[in-house]
Write a protein that binds this ligand. Structure first.
Ligand code: CTP
Length: 419
């Protein structure tokens, strides 16, 4: 975190790691220079491979100087260090990153074409390969490119999604390369060295709540708690101290997390308010019941011949009340939506004074309640909209924390422990 946000390095997180950076011929190639520089600052040994088109955009000397190693461009050039150089490099790499990745390289990798230094190295490596695509938005949305991306993801390539923003063509759309710190974060995470939440204490809520009708019946919802538990596990792995306040679920609590089990919305509200003073970040992933029975019966309700009307009273909105309780909290909410996702979620973000809202299309296959996968749209208070594509909930959780880390760094605090 510290290193990534540009502050002084405390420990070189990537010490001893070999990262091969492939640069292809997109206009964003200049941003790869900063990525190489940051990776080196983190202690990685960096080898750069440029495609011929990339060398038209940025001089190899730039990358040679920043990486401290010769830049590799020509498959048939005299080997500088090893015998079959691209194989040796593929063997030595702990991770291979292509930044920017053009539609061309995505197409080649998806179809098994190896016709230059970079594509042969990728084909020969057993290391994780991270692709950071960047291109014009219509190219990015082209069905062939999208199919290639899906295929590459299925084959195990890690894709850093491009962002929405101003493009080199002058237009605005999806296809912009994320800023170098975001790319470096992904590398650090994959190399297992990321402790970017060190010193941070967070509170995560998860699961449904149960609102009792009588001693044997309750009102609830289909939340499984998996997304909240994944968020707690991901934060813990990244060094955070985690309080997990959970409604009734059938999941094992993640190792290292402090679990507080609750049943109803009122109990959850009480526990959140009791513990919130200790933390910097609150993630409300719980599906809190909006209503509870007005008069829960202490005795089992008996079947009768008549209609039974239940009177419900609203539960307090836990999330909406937190900003007034503690001003400097970083608040993350969830919005389960079936339509007008971005507009509805943005309205919730504003109404509840949140920093970030994770909008969830609960009606789509593979998303939401009960599923092991999810897709989210993140909307932050700065107006950014980031799509997290359908994938394993733990990966989605890491992507949420990536955004939180980025916003905390932008706010200037980094992941400082509370005073
Ligand atoms: N939430 C909460 N307390 C409640 C209800 C919800 O803290 N009593 C939190 C949820 O944990 C979630 C966010 O508020 O992070 C959004 O909840 P949701 O039910 O989707 O939104 P509502 O504001 O209740 O709006 P609606 O039900 O009309 O969509």
């Amino acid at each position: 975190m510290w290193e990534v946000s540009g502050g002084p390095a405390r420990t070189p997180m990537l010490e001893g790691k070999q990262v091969v950076v492939g640069v292809t011929g997109g206009i964003a190639a200049y941003k790869a220079a900063e990525v190489v520089s940051r990776l080196r600052q983190l202690g990685a040994e960096v080898h750069v491979i440029m495609t011929r088109a990339a060398t038209q955009l940025v001089g190899p000397l730039t990358f040679q100087t920043l990486s401290g190693n010769p830049v590799l461009t020509d498959l048939f050039a005299e080997p500088k260090r090893w015998n079959v150089e691209h194989i040796a490099l593929a063997d030595r790499a702990d991770l291979l990153l292509i930044v920017p990745a053009t539609a061309n390289i995505l197409g080649k990798l998806a179809s098994g074409i190896a016709d230059d230094y970079l594509s042969t190295t990728v084909m020969a490596t057993a290391a994780p390969v991270v692709l950071a695509p960047a291109m014009h938005h219509r190219m990015w949305q082209n069905p062939v490119v999208q199919e290639n991306v899906q295929r590459l993801r299925r084959l195990g390539y890690e894709i850093i999604e491009p962002e929405h923003g101003r493009l080199a063509s002058g237009g605005v759309g999806m296809g912009r390369l994320p800023d170098p710190p975001v790319i470096v974060e992904a590398v650090v995470r994959l190399l297992g060295g990321r402790r970017d939440l060190d010193g941070l204490k967070v509170l995560v809520t998860a699961g449904p709540t149960r609102e009792r009708l009588d001693p044997v019946r309750y009102l609830s919802n289909f939340s499984s708690g998996k997304m909240g538990y994944a968020l707690a596990a991901a934060a813990c792995r990244r060094g955070a101290q985690v309080i997990l306040i959970s409604g009734p679920v059938v999941l094992e609590p993640p190792t290292g997390v402090e679990l507080v089990a609750v049943e109803s919305a009122e109990e959850m509200a009480a526990e959140v308010r009791r513990r919130v003073g200790e933390v910097k970040v609150v993630v409300m992933a719980a599906a809190v019941a909006d209503y509870r029975p007005a008069e829960p019966s202490t005795r089992k309700l008996k079947r009768g011949p008549d209609e039974l009307a239940l009177r419900l009273v609203p539960n307090a909105d836990i999330l909406a009340s937190l900003r007034t309780q503690k001003k400097d909290l970083f608040l993350v909410g969830f919005a389960a939506e079936t339509e007008d996702l971005v507009a509805n979620a943005r309205a919730k973000l504003e109404r509840k004074h949140l920093d970030l809202i994770c909008a969830n299309r609960v009606d789509l296959p593979g998303c939401g309640f009960g599923s092991d996968t999810n897709a989210l749209t993140l909307i932050d208070r700065r107006g950014r909209v980031v799509e997290i594509p359908l994938q394993d909930k733990l990966k989605v959780a890491h992507a949420v924390w990536d955004h939180v880390v980025r916003m905390l760094a932008e706010d200037g605090g980094g992941c400082l422990p509370d005073p």
